[in-house]
Design a binder for this molecule. Sequence first.
Ligand SMILES: *[C@@H]1O[C@H](CO)[C@@H](O)[C@H](O)[C@H]1NC(C)=O
Ligand SMILES: *[C@@H]1O[C@H](CO)[C@@H](O)[C@H](O)[C@H]1NC(C)=O
Ligand SMILES: *[C@@H]1O[C@H](CO)[C@@H](O)[C@H](O)[C@H]1NC(C)=O
Ligand SMILES: *[C@@H]1O[C@H](CO)[C@@H](O)[C@H](O)[C@H]1NC(C)=O
Ligand SMILES: *[C@@H]1O[C@H](CO)[C@@H](O)[C@H](O)[C@H]1NC(C)=O
Ligand SMILES: *[C@@H]1O[C@H](CO)[C@@H](O)[C@H](O)[C@H]1NC(C)=O
Ligand SMILES: *[C@@H]1O[C@H](CO)[C@@H](O)[C@H](O)[C@H]1NC(C)=O
Ligand SMILES: *[C@@H]1O[C@H](CO)[C@@H](O)[C@H](O)[C@H]1NC(C)=O
Ligand SMILES: *[C@@H]1O[C@H](CO)[C@@H](O)[C@H](O)[C@H]1NC(C)=O
Ligand SMILES: *[C@@H]1O[C@H](CO)[C@@H](O)[C@H](O)[C@H]1NC(C)=O
Ligand SMILES: *[C@@H]1O[C@H](CO)[C@@H](O)[C@H](O)[C@H]1NC(C)=O
Length: 813
Amino acid sequence: MLLRNLVLILSTGLAYAADSNLTALVNLFIGTASGRNGGSGGNAFPGAAVPHAMAKVGIDVDTAPRQAGYIADNSSITGISLMHDEGTGGNTNGGYGIFPLFPLMNCASSSCPVGLDARKALRAAGADAATPGYFTTRFVNNIKIEATSTRRAGLIRFTYPNTNSVNHVVIDLTNDLGRSFEGGQLSINTAQQRVKLTGIFLQSYGTDNYTANACYDFRVERGTAAPAASAFSDFATYQSVSASSPANITISPNQTTLSFPFTTSVNRVQAGALVSLNSSVIIARFGVSMISSDQACANAEAEVPTWDWTSVQEASRLKWEDVLERVPVDTAVEDPTVVQLLYSSLYRASLVPANLTGENPYWTSSFPFYDALFCSWDTFRTVHPLLSLTSPREWSEIVNAYIDGWRNTGFIPECRSNTKKGYVQGGSDGMPILGDFAVKYASHAAALGVPTNDLYQALVDTAENTPPDWYMVGRQNTAWKTFGYIPTNWVDPSGSTGLATREASRAYEYALGDFAVRQAARALGKPAADVARYANRSMNFVNMWDPSVTSDGFSGFAQRRFPNGTFAFSPPDACSPVDPSPHSCARGTDNNVGFYESSSWEMSFFAPHSMSTIVKLMGGPATFINRTNHYFDKGYFQAGNEPSFEIPWLYHYANRPDLSALRVRQVVYKSFNTGIGGLPGNDDSGAMAALLTFHILGLYPVPASKQLLIGSPLLSSFTLKNNVLNTSTKFTIKNFDKASLVMAPPAGSRVFVKSITIRGVPSKSLCWISFDDVVGGGEIVIEMFSDAAAAAAAGCGQGANVLPDSLESGGFV
Ligand SMILES: *[C@@H]1O[C@H](CO)[C@@H](O)[C@H](O)[C@H]1NC(C)=O
Ligand SMILES: *[C@@H]1O[C@H](CO)[C@@H](O)[C@H](O)[C@H]1NC(C)=O
Ligand SMILES: *[C@@H]1O[C@H](CO)[C@@H](O)[C@H](O)[C@H]1NC(C)=O
Ligand SMILES: *[C@@H]1O[C@H](CO)[C@@H](O)[C@H](O)[C@H]1NC(C)=O
Ligand SMILES: *[C@@H]1O[C@H](CO)[C@@H](O)[C@H](O)[C@H]1NC(C)=O
Ligand SMILES: *[C@@H]1O[C@H](CO)[C@@H](O)[C@H](O)[C@H]1NC(C)=O
Ligand SMILES: *[C@@H]1O[C@H](CO)[C@@H](O)[C@H](O)[C@H]1NC(C)=O
Ligand SMILES: *[C@@H]1O[C@H](CO)[C@@H](O)[C@H](O)[C@H]1NC(C)=O
Ligand SMILES: *[C@@H]1O[C@H](CO)[C@@H](O)[C@H](O)[C@H]1NC(C)=O
Ligand SMILES: *[C@@H]1O[C@H](CO)[C@@H](O)[C@H](O)[C@H]1NC(C)=O
Ligand SMILES: *[C@@H]1O[C@H](CO)[C@@H](O)[C@H](O)[C@H]1NC(C)=O
């Protein structure tokens, strides 16, 4: 009993039970089904990683799409590589996947099958297994692979079925996931059993390349003995005879170096090293670095000094327990599916952004450096607001990394991927992230080391200045400020360029970005003129509204607009899931609709800071409700993409939270499950995971504001712990009804919110709750009931300000 009650105090200041085992509830394979042939394609990463890790070790399949390297099918495996993205779209071949290892046996080192196609192997059925901090699989030839890791280093163990013989490991220099090698080198130090590698590769979502480095040290394990040094039985380098026939490979025994000069086009050569050790267990310790291969070795030595597998894996597990314990629930009482969805989602929502502090090759800074901001368009809606609830310690580092990006480039980064600028999808959506931080943590910013004057200047510069190429960072502010919308077919006299598509959805996002500046200006005590200026601009989304367009009996839709003010028509259902004719709504010049990964039917709902305006434009609450219903019933809802995220909750703005409660249930049970196909689309750096978390908690965050919509949780109770405020807020769902945990809750199930009591005080609003209350400690009681008519009649409650805020109707003061 004494042991069970033992409490560990972590450096975070949070305390949790030592026997906490929430990691056992994480299913790392949710969202790993192939996206081929219309599959769900969550692109989730199931390998070994610590929270916000740089090193993400996992196996790679030989078929595309494979954005995260792994796919839960029977594809062949080409290696186990050191870094990966989480849930992203972009290049279907994937990004990172650098310097894979591959175990070989039963071959002479001078003639082993080292090339990709020659070596690739199938996994034994059902062999893949993973828990936070650990991944394992086994090939059909019975070689077992295991991995565990720290932030920039880790251990990979190969266990071969043949004992008392020499086994081999390929160390692949050139094959990243994208097969995008542009040059690099490798060296083998036989005295240390060490291999150092440097390579230049293309980023997966952008136009640039990046340089990565790794360091491998090899040891053997004999019996139960600790890893021990052992001379290589053999070593060699290998390379294709020519880049034009990459599969024809020559092995050069006793060679210790390889070098390929940088080429501006991808070099198809396959090359690497092969080391051979007389042991049935070979362990590779690795380090990664963006600075140098020497730093990669130093990272490995510092983070995995003793090669102690158990302690590395347990340290990783405990880091994850710390993350998961920020949302404790009674796992014995709650619905097991909801519990698994919750902890698997919390897990994936903390894999990225990746902490590359100390690994910034581009500028010297005392501020943190984070990668995989891929993209802020995906993550501002749910990932960052979730961090704000429980994890401001980590979040403040990430926010500082955004600000430092501005400090050193002039603009808030939007889609940093593989350490370089990625494509801008819509607005500059780091803006709502910084605005959110200012609103929620201004009074703690100094203690957290976030300079708020810099934060504000980053927002203003990004809101005012136009970069030479706003396709890579920033916004087309010349157009936004001249027209109050983003015109179609306009040549910018300033000479600044970008990709002039997605005009309508960019305008909606620019408006939200300006709202974020307005919110930060208020929170940080900036001049009233600033507040007014950005409030005014944030309402310009109305300029995209063409009242004359009708669809399915509803009128008024967002449309593109020419510089002369005339609207450019495109069908409101274009690019919706039920679009009768093919349209492109990607970034490219073939997008002649004006919307990005969304339809006018969907984007016409997007003004989270002034939904009362949208309700009015659509004809008032009754028509708004019908239109929202129709959007779902007709199939315009695109569950797998971000612009749809908030729409199940929008009935709140028409005073009908009862309808949101039912709609959120429908979306959760229709679109999410615990299978490999359990995500409706790409996980998108945890965006989908954080969305599901909010749905489960019965909360939805309003961007760059202290308001959260509140609804009908899928749990009977949960607690939110905040690792800076040191608060613990318990939510008790009184009269919680498990019968409501279905796609269509039966009549009589208690799915509606009857009352909300915050630390003993009844809340006037049944529709929103303040961030300060959600993180304020004490107990929040949400009382449920089943009376649909009474719930519809009660709406958001009685009195002023019970509806969630909208700027146009005087909110956010
Ligand atoms: C939270 O706890 C930590 C560690 O005990 C302490 O340093 C910090 O000041 C506390 N924060 C607040 C806001 O009280
Ligand atoms: C956690 O639970 C899993 C599955 O029940 C079990 O295998 C593992 O040993 C447990 N770990 C700890 C540290 O209790
Ligand atoms: C892989 O699975 C697919 C679909 O189940 C099947 O058609 C195919 O034969 C399998 N391939 C191998 C190599 O097992
Ligand atoms: C490998 O080591 C074992 C003993 O551990 C020995 O019996 C065997 O001969 C060695 N094989 C080679 C090829 O060196
Ligand atoms: C790629 O890398 C090389 C060498 O590091 C560099 O000279 C070049 O400018 C980089 N960028 C592009 C777009 O090729
Ligand atoms: C591989 O390259 C060697 C050397 O250029 C050549 O002799 C051989 O025919 C090639 N083999 C194949 C299968 O192309
Ligand atoms: C590699 O070096 C070893 C040890 O010096 C030697 O025995 C072997 O013959 C060499 N192999 C080749 C192919 O040169
Ligand atoms: C990120 O890395 C830095 C440098 O090691 C460390 O101080 C910081 O705690 C890390 N942050 C997180 C969230 O892991
Ligand atoms: C914004 O400012 C312009 C110019 O002063 C004014 O015409 C417009 O009505 C303002 N818009 C809002 C929503 O206040
Ligand atoms: C505005 O410009 C568009 C595109 O050039 C043109 O088709 C339309 O006729 C113009 N409208 C007016 C009122 O001039
Ligand atoms: C909403 O839809 C209902 C059912 O189709 C219909 O009876 C009602 O008139 C509609 N209300 C509005 C304002 O469109």
